[in-house]
Design a protein around this ligand. Sequence first.
Ligand SMILES: NC(=O)c1ccc[n+]([C@@H]2O[C@H](COP(=O)([O-])OP(=O)(O)OC[C@H]3O[C@@H](n4cnc5c(N)ncnc54)[C@H](OP(=O)(O)O)[C@@H]3O)[C@@H](O)[C@H]2O)c1
Length: 264
Amino acid sequence: MKQYGFTLEGKHALVCGGSAGIGEASARVMASMGAKITVLARRKDRLTGLLPALENEGAARALALVADLDDRDGLERLLSEHLAQHGPVHIWINNTGGPAPGRLVDADEQDFEKALGRHLFASQRILKLVLPGMEAEGYGRIINVLSTSVRQPIPGLGVSNTIRGAMASWAKTLANELPAGITINSILPGFTMTERLASLAQSRAESAGIGVNDVEDAWVKSIPEGRLGKAEELGATIAFLASPAASYIRGVCLPVDGGRISCI
Ligand SMILES: NC(=O)c1ccc[n+]([C@@H]2O[C@H](COP(=O)([O-])OP(=O)(O)OC[C@H]3O[C@@H](n4cnc5c(N)ncnc54)[C@H](OP(=O)(O)O)[C@@H]3O)[C@@H](O)[C@H]2O)c1
């Protein structure tokens, strides 16, 4: 039954947006399962500071790749070099910073172009670089970090809501196209305590003329579990989907939100 277990020994995971928040937490959990981890983000100091912690957690090896998903040509060059030097990845956590908040009626074309570039176009570039290695290794797990807005749009996140829908369709289409043994799934985080959530709470408080605590209290009231999520709880779900135990889960969007969204 070991083939259906939770170990990630012998697996190499690429964690995009790995310097903070949900990405970092997923890297830590997968490290504790024995994976070799590459964390990718822009802040070199955050990434290099994280490497010893990942190895202490149990990572076979921890590597940093400093790259900007907004610079797709640079990303392609750096990731190609990294894969040539450190070997193929079996697991790709497709994660990055969310688009700026704001109402859709106030957004302009550049806002969509930026968000599409960072989310959809960068995803397509990375897919083409990691897929051949997954096929050669006969093991692939792609896990997208999206949002509950895929099911229920969130007020004040107009561009984000729109982009998440596109990403969910991208993933579901790939779930039909990818070869057997290479799965793609998406997680839909609810309100999770990270830098992103802190900045959203600040911007919501400023636009409504209320305190940050009031914003957070209202969020908590909307969550049946009665509290905000921890990044580690999202990280654990991602690590499960990355493991052999999740071999027959394919093309799903899984809310990890303490029960907040009200649709089935
Ligand atoms: N937290 C929540 O409540 C929540 C809820 C629903 C959806 N989400 C979504 O889930 C994703 C992760 O959320 P989070 O809360 O963990 O966000 P976070 O704390 O802001 O972390 C974002 C990560 O992405 C990296 N990143 C941002 N822009 C990048 C770029 N251009 N190139 C490379 N890396 C980049 C950041 O690192 P560097 O700055 O070092 O590059 C950081 O590691 C986001 O898309 C977010 O919108 C979050």
